[in-house]
Design a protein around this ligand. Sequence first.
Ligand SMILES: [Zn+2]
Length: 294
Amino acid sequence: MTVQTSEERPLAASSDNFDDFLPEALRFTAPTELVDIGANLTHESFSRDLEAVLQRANAANVTTLILTGTDLEHAEQAAALCRRFPGLYATAGLHPHDASHWSSSLETAMRDLHRQPEVVAVGECGLDFNRNFSSPTDQERAFEAQLGLAVESGLPLFLHERDAGRRMLEILRSWRDDISHAVVHCFTGERDTLHGYLDLDLHIGLTGWLCDERRGYHLREFLNDIPLNRLMVETDCPYLLPRNLPAKLKGRRNEPALLPWIVQEIAHWRDTDQAEVAHATAETARRFFRLEET
Ligand SMILES: [Zn+2]
């Protein structure tokens, strides 16, 4: 087991809140098919009821999921799930929390994974200076190595950045001409960082962070600055349960079927309808991850 890689606190797999019960009030179907670009379905909390989770996602019109591969073990598990179920794709990379484990043998194994047809992005990789579970030096070394793998494979990047916007921008600026595309997943930063990413022609992933009155409301002020052809949506499940749900489910795991609640929140603050956000973000995701071609 590696260290916790989420934006949130660890979740206990054995909690009673992790059964497959999803209240009727939360069964909310997206107006058009959605792509959840960040689903940690290899998390142990999904091991008991994965098929029910996938069925609920389909019923909510969340029909395509990109499974996040945060280290070799989880990336291999994610790729294996893609071979079992339709509509699933995977990323393969090493999360900055685990960057101190980067090695040449890991690099070789990741390179092999990136050749698998179900692996559609390099990552999750990047910088997290919020908690520094690996030293900043180790994080930069692992990140630059994975940027190199993205150049080699031509795959887009699935990036994690927390409290490291300035350094991330510097590094990405020097690699920008060589990499294809990159999405900063679960964007939580400030307006100037956002504009730095957009100026580099990067994509932005938004999660239920936006629905969190304790720390995510600042995002609402510049939501409109993100063009819809640069915006994608994600649950980052089982973490980051959206806080705009009509029922309080304290401690419950998040799941892909709840993605329409995030789309609704984005549409509200962009002063547009859900169908537009749903359609545009799904189109952007299909283009970004080249899903039509696979
Ligand atoms: Zn992340």
